[in-house]
Ligand binder design. Structure first.
Ligand code: B12
Ligand code: SF4
Length: 514
């Protein structure tokens, strides 16, 4: 966009509540929907609340009589809360004359409830690239919206839901329009790819996942289908982004990057052949898929720079794993851990506690498994033991309803669906009593402080801040690790202070620590 020209389309990525160091990745959600319109020559502004304050004055300075629409992204929880605040301001400034369009994962799983909000005019359901383009064309030409697949909208006080849009062929995805954001603000030191200073989340080379883990939203958002771009296109995306931004590391955010092992192998062999010198992290690796790969395939990944592989280990209790329909066993997780050690990968294990009917014996098995993994392979990283949070549209949501969950009935009420916070009132985990919910909150907090904090602090850009935080956090981490490993989680009044600070810094603060 020319500096003097005002945007026709304003796209907003609100703060998520987990905006810290290298979790502040580029807002791929809105970059991707902007790509086709940007190519056509529309003037687009992307505002990312994680690296700039989105004030009334800023919005006022961008909105003109030429503004076609204001689009807002939404993930269940804190992002919805911030999205609502911004939407309110936009509505007041435009007096209802500029349509406000919501998209993203929350709007996709609860489109009717989202569009019912008085400040929202249209909801784009599911993938936005094609739908949003058609919507902008229609709004620009003042045409009716009735033939646009994949939206739900208001007209004359009534709500209309159009036919669903089929999933797109992701080979057709356009390159990321990086010029619409300040890419440098997303290039970090990294919490996973250690000793690298220019690490960027470059997006996804595939979408969706054929598995059906109970707590996961992938199936409800992307229809339980795995669609991948060709190895050539993925390779081109990797090499062009690395070259353009002089990266020494990258993240791939595919739900499951390795499902088609032949494709993954072709990508890694291509990276080696083209001398792409990076270290990389992949967010989705299944233990069973990893164990099914040959040493040759894994060594190719290693030579291409694969550094940290995130595994969903989820639970140390087979009963809970089965309930989650995870399709793995704790022994398989141990096997993957040992294989990582032998081949030189760093495994990062994601864990969940508090699933409906999960007992404290089950949770203790998860704690035992976590520390056994660490003893077996000291390089292994333990992610947080995330408190299970029922997400609408997931298989576990129905299970949670059976166990007494009373879900929020309005968009506003979903904004406090916090993930890593104590469920003091029993809104998310009604199958436990108050004391039990406090213990679960304590486990979750202790795991953040004991296991994940050091890593996250490694990615803070400012060296003095990083050193200060690390010197304070080192002893605290050791203390909480000890308590968790020895299951001393029932009584921890000191965590009230940590909880207070976390709320102030992440959920209520207007600024972001990168
Ligand atoms: C990266 C990521 C994050 C990043 C944030 C993203 C960023 N840019 O930095 C971080 C680490 C902060 C994060 C945090 C969380 N995340 Co997250 N995250 C992801 C992940 C892995 C990739 C997102 C992405 O870049 N996708 C690529 C883009 C292109 O796809 P997309 O976001 O779906 O956007 C498309 C459509 O939704 C739509 N769209 C989106 N926005 C808009 C806006 C408009 C105007 C329009 C028209 C269309 C549109 O069009 C886009 C293009 O097709 C997804 C999983 C996944 N595979 O998508 C989970 C995912 C989005 N996260 C999820 C969750 C639950 C969370 C957390 C709430 C919980 C947690 N503990 O992880 C936290 C939030 C923090 C909190 N404490 O409340 C869920 C969302 C469920 C839901 N109902 O909202 C997902 C789907 C994971 C899952 N499989 O369950 N996350
Ligand atoms: S948790 Fe991973 S493997 Fe399971 S359904 Fe979600 S994306 Fe697929």
């Amino acid at each position: 966009m020319r500096p003097s020209a005002k945007p026709q389309i304003i796209l907003i990525y609100p703060k998520t509540g987990m905006d810290f160091g290298s979790t502040v990745a580029p807002p791929h959600a809105v970059l991707s929907v902007a790509a086709p319109l940007d190519k056509e020559g529309y003037r687009i502004a992307i505002l990312d609340q994680r690296n700039q304050a989105i004030t009334r004055e800023l919005l006022q300075s961008l909105i003109t009589s030429e503004t076609i629409c204001i689009g807002v992204s939404s993930m269940t929880g804190t992002q919805v809360k911030n999205a609502l605040k911004i939407t309110r301001i936009a509505r007041e400034l435009t007096d209802g004359k500029v349509p406000i369009v919501w998209g993203g994962t929350h709007s996709t799983v609860l489109p009717e409830q989202t569009v019912a909000h008085p400040d929202i005019d249209v909801v784009v359901i599911g993938e936005g690239e094609l739908t949003f383009s058609e919507l902008i064309h229609a709004l620009d030409a003042k045409r009716p919206l009735k033939d646009i697949k994949g939206i739900i909208y208001k007209d004359g006080g009534l709500i209309f839901r159009n036919e669903n849009r089929p999933l797109m062929d992701i080979e057709e995805l356009l390159p990321v329009p990086w010029h619409l954001v300040d890419v440098d603000s997303y290039i970090h030191r990294d919490m996973y790819v250690k000793h690298r200073s220019r690490v960027l989340d470059i997006g996804q080379t595939s979408r969706g996942c054929p598995f059906r883990c109970g707590f996961c939203s992938s199936a409800s958002i992307r229809g339980r289908k795995w669609r991948a771009m060709s190895a050539d296109k993925a390779l081109d995306m990797i090499s062009s982004t690395v070259g353009r931004f002089k990266l020494d590391g990258l993240w791939l955010r595919d739900d499951e990057f390795y499902i088609d092992r032949k494709r993954a192998f072709a990508i890694t062999e291509g990276m080696i052949k083209n001398n792409i010198d990076v270290s990389f992290y992949t967010s989705g690796t299944r233990v069973d898929v990893f164990l099914g790969a040959s040493d040759e395939e894994l060594l190719s990944m290693k030579r291409a720079g694969a550094h940290t592989l995130k595994f969903g280990a989820e639970s140390g209790s087979q009963r809970v794993l089965d309930l989650m329909q995870k399709g793995i066993t704790p022994e398989m997780t141990h096997k993957a851990n040992r294989r990582c050690q032998r081949l030189g990968f760093v495994p990062a294990f994601g864990l969940v506690i508090g699933y409906p009917t999960e007992t404290f014996e089950d949770m203790d098995m998860t704690i035992d498994m976590a520390y056994a993994l660490k003893r077996e392979n000291p390089e292994a990283q333990l992610e947080t033991m995330a408190q299970f949070t029922p997400l609408p549209g997931t298989p576990s949501f129905a299970l949670a309803l059976e166990h007494g969950l009373k879900p929020p009935q309005t968009l506003e009420a979903w904004s406090d669906w916090l993930f890593d916070d104590y469920d003091i009132e029993g809104l998310k985990l009604p199958w436990y009593n108050r004391d039990e919910r406090m213990w679960i909150g304590n486990i979750s907090y202790m795991s953040i402080l004991g296991n994940a904090l050091g890593n996250a602090l490694d990615s803070v850009g400012s060296m003095p801040l990083r050193l200060l935080f690390k010197s304070i956090s080192g002893p605290a981490s050791a203390y909480f690790r000890y308590r968790l490993e020895h299951k001393l989680y029932r009584n921890a009044p000191e965590l009230a202070l940590v909880r207070y600070l976390r709320r102030k810094l992440f959920y209520e603060s207007e600024s972001t620590m990168t």
